[in-house]
Ligand binder design. Structure first.
Ligand code: ARG
Ligand code: ZN
Length: 480
């Protein structure tokens, strides 16, 4: 590295790339090149992502040498396209140190900026719309830290240290923007992608990830390499990866896929959890059937849960919900299962619309209760009381702290209830199914839902929804 560039790197706080053996180390990109890139422009997270970048697939090859620690190494191969000419590639990454970047097989100059959380790569020529490129990033070291604004945890790669009889474990818990702490990604739900995840673990450990398991092979020193394929696009935060000592339990497939096709069923239970923890998961097949009736075919080829021991929020990781031991109950499982449609399949255009995930998933809890023969009135009244007690706001979030508040969940669910009560259940079912089938290819906003509501259910339904979306106060309890 020429001295002047090294000095520049030190001055600007940029980590200089480690020296590589010959051929000569590529130079850092000129600073001016960076100015021409723009983030996606999310209203809550204005720095996330790169405008015009479309990642189609992430092909991951990860090795966890010491489960339960924050060490991670591997490669990520991104297949990318652009919707506008991109002079440089700007990925979200505050993870382990980058050792090497290749662009279509050739070494490419790069810059890893920890403070900005960006990995900038200089392509041999600008990436033009309609051209594919393959970008390989090799990294090793400690994952980054990204504290949650409300909860005492860092989102991203979780490390569960070994304790007593319990083996060390790792798992992902990334919503909203934790994936960038361990993988170079376009870390925004408006750019969902497919994933191939290969994980190598030491002897005595196993691994799981979103998608369908394709293979398990022996690795050096008695370890294993497992490969998972997530063939339908998902947001980056919805990628599940688990490493630990756990048991995989297969159950009969459930015919809730497209055209009645079978959805594979598997759950993962860590060794040493209380026996009763498993009970809730015997309902998974029935939950899939009830929800598929309301929402349409299950969007992925497999579904189940991976149970984790820390007290963290449950998360709707695609095809494999992340379920803490402490949240192993049917209601939470229904909620996370509903997110497979709302959040993982229908994805957000902007984080301010997160109620479109949480409101629909919470509403599914009512649909489930009613499928069990309850009239659901207690649940709706309970929601209304809670919403009244906890303070309210219009549904579109304006700050990060609002993303997972009572309004997103409960007022969001009440808004859908208000829509439902303007029509009959046949129309409401068609409405829910149409939202999923019509908006799976394009990320959604609240405005999309309002327009969709008017065009499918009419002006009365739209007005009912709009009141719940916009009013600074809590609207009256919906009634027929
Ligand atoms: N989407 C999750 C659920 O409701 C909640 C995630 C909360 N995440 C957080 N970082 N606070 O199922
Ligand atoms: Zn949720």
């Amino acid at each position: 590295v020429p001295l002047s560039l090294l000095a520049l790197a030190l001055l600007t706080g940029v980590r200089a790339q480690p020296a590589l053996p010959s051929p000569a180390v590529p130079t850092l990109p000129p600073l001016s090149a960076q100015i021409t890139t723009q983030p996606i422009g999310d209203s809550i997270f204005p720095a996330l992502g790169q405008a015009g970048l479309d990642v189609l697939n992430y092909d991951l090859d990860l090795t966890v040498d010491r489960p339960g620690t924050s060490e991670l190494r591997g490669t990520a191969v991104l297949t990318i396209d652009a919707t506008r000419a991109l002079p440089v590639l700007s990925l979200d990454f505050s993870g382990p140190a980058v050792l090497e970047v290749n662009w279509d097989g050739l070494a490419a100059p790069f810059r890893q900026d920890e403070a900005a959380g960006k990995l900038t790569v200089q392509p041999p020529r600008p990436l033009l719309p309609g051209t594919r490129a393959t970008v390989m990033v090799r990294f090793a070291g400690q994952v980054g830290r990204r504290p949650d604004p409300d909860l005492p945890l860092n989102v991203g790669w979780q490390a569960v240290p070994a304790e007593g009889q319990r083996a060390g474990a790792n798992f992902t818990l990334s919503e909203p923007d934790g994936t960038r702490t361990f993988l170079p990604v376009n870390d925004h739900p408006s750019d969902p992608a497919t994933f191939t995840t290969r994980i190598t673990v030491p002897a005595g450990y196993t691994a799981a990830a979103s998608g369908v398991q394709r293979s398990e092979e022996d690795a050096p020193n008695g370890g294993h390499t497992l490969t998972f394929e997530q063939a339908q696009p998902i947001p980056t935060y919805a990628l599940a990866i688990h490493v630990g000592r756990f048991e995989r339990v297969d159950s009969p497939a459930v015919p809730v896929g497209k055209g009645g096709s079978e959805v594979l069923r598997r759950d993962y239970f860590p060794s040493g959890i209380p026996a009763g923890t498993r009970d809730a998961y015997t309902s998974t097949g029935e939950i899939l059937k009830v929800l598929a009736e309301w929402f349409g075919p299950f969007p992925f080829s497999a579904y189940g849960s991976a149970i984790v021991t820390p007290r963290v929020p449950a998360l709707e990781t695609a095809t494999l919900s992340t379920m803490p031991v402490t949240s192993s109950n049917v209601r939470v499982l229904v909620h996370e299962t509903a997110h497979q449609w709302f959040g993982d399949r229908v994805t957000l255009a902007d984080w301010s619309g997160v109620w479109l995930n949480e409101g629909f998933a919470t509403y599914a809890e009512l649909l489930w209760a009613q499928a069990q023969g309850e009239d659901g009135e207690d649940m709706v009244r309970g929601w209304y009381t809670r919403a009244g007690r906890s303070g309210t706001r219009p549904l579109i979030a304006t700050t990060e702290r609002q993303l997972f508040d009572t309004t997103a969940y409960i007022r969001g669910a009440l808004a859908l209830h208000a829509v439902r009560l303007t029509v009959d259940d046949t129309a409401f079912k068609a409405y829910l199914r149409g939202w999923v089938s019509g908006f799976s290819a394009r990320p959604v906003t609240t405005a999309d839902l309002l327009i969709y509501t008017r065009s499918t259910l009419g002006a009365g339904a739209e007005a009912a929804l709009r009141l719940w979306v916009d009013s600074p106060e809590l609207p009256p309890l919906p009634a027929r």
